[in-house]
Design a protein around this ligand. Structure first.
Ligand code: ADP
Length: 328
């Protein structure tokens, strides 16, 4: 059976981008069609300035939202990265096949390092090596497919390269994984800055729809989305990025496709209004289930403690003896 692995970083409140780009397909298809593992990758949250207590709170919130978005612990495994020591251990071994140049070419490293410097902080070494830890997350489980938004494609490519290189040097050890992306909304953009990704770690609230935003807040954010001054409704990512983003969000939420939807509308106002309502409806069940789960914290704990406490305790182990033999 195909093995699927993917993760989410507890660096901020989860967004519509996380949901449409990744979580929704994990719940709708991946968990039913594959042997799937979903992880709150808390070690990755330590690569930038953080408050440890907030990382713990956000990890619990992310786990709760994964379950609220429809992940079923009977169908897949949901766990927390730091509960499994092998991630850090394998990361070190993969650092021994990765190169400094490869790390410095990563687009996200350049963006995030610049952000840390703007904040007046120093750039942590782990921010540079973060993609190697991500490769370890993926390779540890013999992953075939990694369902992610477009922003993570470069990192999955690196995991592929490291798997191939390791296998060449030390003998066949790792499955070579591939990224899969949703057909629409694989890159949801910030509503106030449609040239930037809607990212949970950016503190630019008005352009980001959070999964737990109240319906009126969602409506306000979408209605105030930045568009251009044109009048006709066309889908053009280059020339009309703000409008294209709204059409993609609408398509992802209503099941259509952005080009066809553009032909249906005569004004930007109507696109915004329908997009806002579609987003509110898509998020409604997630918010409701999240509320129920918050009333039952033991359930969330139980679901996410499985790797540590029994079912799944074998995960991550099969590669260990092979690596140790190969490296020696
Ligand atoms: P973030 O960038 O919000 O910190 P993560 O790195 O935790 O997100 O990514 C979790 C998943 O959500 C990844 O598969 C990533 O590709 C996806 N994702 C994040 N932001 C977006 C976005 N704006 N559009 C589409 N997918 C996204």
């Amino acid at each position: 059976m195909t093995r699927v692995f993917s993760g989410i970083k507890p660096t901020g409140h989860l967004t519509l981008g996380n949901y449409l780009g990744a979580m929704r397909q994990w719940a709708a298809s991946d968990q039913h069609q594959a042997d799937a593992l979903f992880c709150v990758v808390d070690l990755h949250a330590l690569t930038v300035h953080h408050d440890p207590a907030r990382v713990r709170r956000l990890s619990r919130q992310a786990a709760t939202l994964l379950l609220a978005s429809g992940l079923d612990p009977a169908a897949c495994t949901v766990f927390v990265q730091s509960h499994v020591d092998e991630h850090a251990r394998l990361s070190y071994l993969l650092e021994c096949v990765a190169t400094d140049g490869e790390m410095r070419r990563m687009i996200q490293y350049k963006e995030k390092a610049a952000r840390e410097q703007r904040r007046g902080g120093s750039v942590r070494l782990s921010l540079l090596t973060y993609p190697v830890l991500m490769a370890a997350d993926i390779l540890a489980y013999g992953t075939d497919e990694v369902p992610v938004g477009h922003d993570q494609t470069q990192h999955v490519e690196l995991a592929r390269d490291l798997a191939v290189r390791f296998n060449q040097r030390y003998g066949h050890t790792f499955v070579v994984p591939k990224a899969t992306n949703p057909s629409v909304a694989a890159r949801v953009m910030n509503l106030q800055d449609p040239l930037s990704k809607m990212g949970k770690s950016d503190d630019t609230g008005p352009g980001i729809v959070y999964l737990l935003d109240e319906p009126d807040v969602v409506r306000r954010k979408v209605m105030r989305a930045v568009t251009d001054s044109g009048r006709d409704v066309v889908y053009d990512r280059e020339a009309r990025p703000g409008l294209a983003n709204l059409l993609e969000i609408l398509a992802a939420c209503s099941g259509g496709n952005p080009e066809a939807l553009a032909g249906v509308y005569e004004s930007y106002g109507h696109v915004k209004r329908d997009t806002a309502e579609a987003v509110v409806e898509v998020l409604r069940p997630v918010r409701e289930r999240h509320k129920e789960l918050c009333a039952d914290p033991g359930y969330v704990e139980g679901c996410c403690g499985m790797v540590r406490s029994g079912r799944g305790a074998w995960l991550g182990r099969p590669w260990m003896p092979r690596i140790e033999r190969s490296v020696c």
